[in-house]
Structures are given as C-alpha cells and as structure tokens.
Design a protein around this ligand. Structure first.
Ligand SMILES: Cc1cc2nc3c(=O)[nH]c(=O)nc-3n(C[C@H](O)[C@H](O)[C@H](O)COP(=O)(O)O)c2cc1C
Length: 387
C-alpha cells in the first residue's frame, strides 16, 4: 500500500511527514500513572510521521530528562516537550512561604464543602499523606527546573500549554528549538505571537483538558487573521480526516490532537479512563475547575456535577491540587476511580475503539487527503469562479 501524501508548511518547519501533532498530555486520574503522553506514545506518533510531544506537566526534572532520552532511543524523528507555565500558581508569585501542612492554606469552607460532597457520594474521607517539603508544589516558578532540562536537552520542539514562554525564548531559539504556544482566544494568540513563537496553537473549547470558551470553528480563522504571518495550528475537537481537512480549509497549517490519541494503545492512562471515553457521547463532557483550579474539560461524573452546583470557588492552581490529592486518596481507597479526573474532549463521542497510535494518525491523514484530493462526498460540487 502506498503512503498518503499530505504536506503543509508545518512539515517543512518541524521536519515531519504529516501535519499532525500529538498534544503533550500530562497526567490524569490524580497523576496515579504519570503523564498520558509518555515516551511510548510520543515515539509511536513521531515514527508514524507526525510529531509526538511529551506531556511534561507534573514530571520531576529528572523524570523529564529520562523520558526525553528514552524518546531519543526509540526514534530518530523530531519530537517535542509540552510544559505548563502558569503565571499564577498557589495564588502567588515565586518564593512564598509554605506552612508545614499545605492544607492550612485552603479555606475551611472549601475544604469542608468538598469533604461533604465526597462523603455524600458514599466515599469515606481520608487525607492523603502530607507531602514531604521536596515533593510539594511550589509557589510560582514550578516549571523553571523543567525548562532548564528542555534547554539542556536541546529538544527539537517546545510547546507551552499554559502561560507564555517569553522569558525562555532567547535560550530556546539559540538551540534551534521551534516554539509552539497554546491559546484559547485571540487576545492571547496576539500576546504569544508578539513574543516571537514559531506557531500559535489555537485551541477551541471542544478540547479535552484545560480549555477556554471559544469554539474551534470560530477561533481558528480569527486567530489566523490576528497573528499573521505567524502560522496557526488548530486544536480542539479534531479526531479524524474530516477534522484535519476542515482545519486546513480554515487556514491552519496543521492540527494538534489530544482526545483522538487518548484511546490509543500507547496512551498511558488507566483502562477505566479509556473505557469511559469510548462509552461517552458528545454530551458527556463538562468543563470544571474542580481538578486543577482552572477550567478543564472532563468526562463528567457525580463529583463534578456536585462541585458545579455547589457554588464553591476553585482555588489557584497548585492549591486546588492539594485539595484534590485528598479526593484522589479517598476515591482510590474506596475503589471509586470513576470520580477522578478524566480529561477528554467533546469529540470523545466519535471514538469507538482502542488502536495503535500509528493507525489513528494514518486514518486521519488518509481521510483528509481523500477529501482534499477532491474525492468529496458526491453531494458536494466545488469549482472556483472568476466573478
Ligand atoms: C488527558 C489530557 C491531558 C492534557 N494535558 C495537557 C497538558 O499537560 N499540557 C497541555 O498543553 N495540554 C494538555 N491537554 C490539552 C491538549 O494539549 C489539547 O489542546 C487538547 O487535547 C486538544 O483538543 P482535543 O482533546 O479535542 O483533541 C490535555 C488534554 C487531555 C485530553
């Protein structure tokens, strides 16, 4: 069988065969298994002709370096690393004081409210072991040490999932690293484009994980117009050839896909999470601040529903994580893993089976090449006029 051809400027820029990027997905389910996009999935996507991106969020600098080196042992193709660079973590800038038990930073009302919600679902509340100081989330600067690894390892592509990579730009560029930045609205698209990123990834609200309010179909062309000549990659709700073709038709130079690869054989996440994604319909996701403090799209569950109707305010990222650690601990002790974070996008309803990542990628590329190569559905006629 011949390989499909689908080539855009993104392929030339990143040195890849197909304009499809695996989203650098971090941990789900309270981090019990580490990131979703580990070296196995990254190498599978890169070897298949796309760009695999490691989900670095939540990884220690040592683990991140090990994973980067592992990818290099599994493929000689380009790959990337994604990190979250939040500007507001634990509610403050770098260097804040941490009490002996970080739970003391959580307002009593929030802590008691969440505990009651969990207990109302028949789960006994059990505190997670208090993290040793070295393992605790730090105020601000969480990602500095990870960024040092990205720079030392001279990774081919860096993607910032949250926040701006501005302060790292010169050192990344000196290494020849291509820089992608995820945004969810036009204002942030302009902001990161002004810092000199190579590609803006415009992610619509359909997306799994942290997400904004604007839909992909509306966001992508507006972002393209706002940041030209910086190119734009589309994200959010793209899981097959139709989504890829549509994104290119909107003017994007490629796609960044998360949910589609969540159910790949190589995706590192618990079987239950994959099953729930495969069983989900288009209506089974909900955006909630419960799991990270920021708006995140998940397969919904009774705890998310209870949190959303409680009126409780989420805490800043990091601090909310300390609260969530107790939820995770309690739910796992009770064997109620369905209450854990299960980030996934609205396109979950399109997914019906687990498959190797290479098959997912090749089907997507084949489908798009078919559509764009003018084998359009018989009902569609399209001939440009000159009037
Ligand atoms: C399980 C999961 C984890 C994610 N983790 C991250 C992350 O750590 N960093 C990041 O930049 N984006 C993360 N995202 C968002 C993706 O990068 C991507 O933008 C999104 O999945 C695209 O939409 P789609 O899911 O509809 O394909 C995550 C998404 C999912 C589903």
């Amino acid at each position: 069988m011949s390989r499909p051809v689908l080539h855009t400027p993104l392929c030339d820029m990143l040195g890849i065969e197909y304009p499809v990027i695996l989203a650098g997905m971090g941990p789900v389910a309270g981090g019990i298994m580490g990131p979703v996009a580990t070296s196995n999935l990254v190498a599978a996507v890169s070897n298949a002709g796309g760009l695999g991106v490691l989900g670095g969020a939540g990884s220690s600098p040592e683990k991140l370096r090990e994973e980067i080196q592992r990818v290099r042992s599994m493929t000689d193709k380009p790959f990337g690393v994604d990190l979250l660079l939040p500007s507001n973590y634990m509610g403050g800038a770098a260097g804040g004081e941490m009490p002996p038990d970080p739970r003391d930073l959580i307002p009593q009302e929030t802590y008691a409210g969440v505990r009651k919600m969990v207990e109302d679902l028949g789960v006994e509340w059990q505190q997670a072991p208090t993290p040793a100081p070295a393992q605790r989330p730090r105020t601000g600067g969480m990602s500095d040490a990870q960024m040092e690894v990205v720079i030392e390892e001279q990774v081919p592509v860096f993607a910032s999932g949250l926040g701006s990579p501005a302060q790292w730009m010169d050192r990344l560029k000196a290494n020849g690293t291509k820089i992608l930045s995820l945004v969810g609205n036009v204002k942030n698209a302009k902001r990161v484009a002004d810092t000199g990123v190579d590609v803006v990834v415009a992610q619509g609200t359909e997306a799994g994980g942290h997400t904004g309010r604007i839909a992909t179909m509306a966001l992508v062309p507006q972002a393209i117009d706002a940041v030209a000549p910086t190119p734009v990659v589309a994200a959010g709700g793209i899981a097959d050839g139709r989504g890829l073709a549509a994104s290119l038709a909107l003017g994007a130079i490629g796609v960044w896909c998360g949910t589609a690869f969540l159910v790949s054989d190589e995706a590192n996440q618990p079987g239950l999470q994959k099953e729930r994604i495969l069983a989900a319909t288009d209506e089974d996701t909900r955006v909630t601040r419960l799991y990270s403090g920021k708006t995140m799209r998940n397969i919904t569950n009774p705890l998310v529903e209870a949190w959303e109707s409680s009126g409780l305010q989420a805490l800043p990222m990091g601090l909310q994580g300390i609260l969530v650690a107790d939820i995770v601990h309690s739910a796992r002790k009770a064997g109620r893993e369905e209450l854990l974070m299960n980030a996934a996008g609205q396109v979950s309803g399109l997914l019906t089976e687990t498959r190797p990542a290479a098959d997912i990628l090749h089907d997507m590329v084949n489908g798009a090449a078919d559509i764009l190569g003018r084998r359009l559905p018989a009902t569609v006629k399209a001939v440009p006029g000159d009037a």
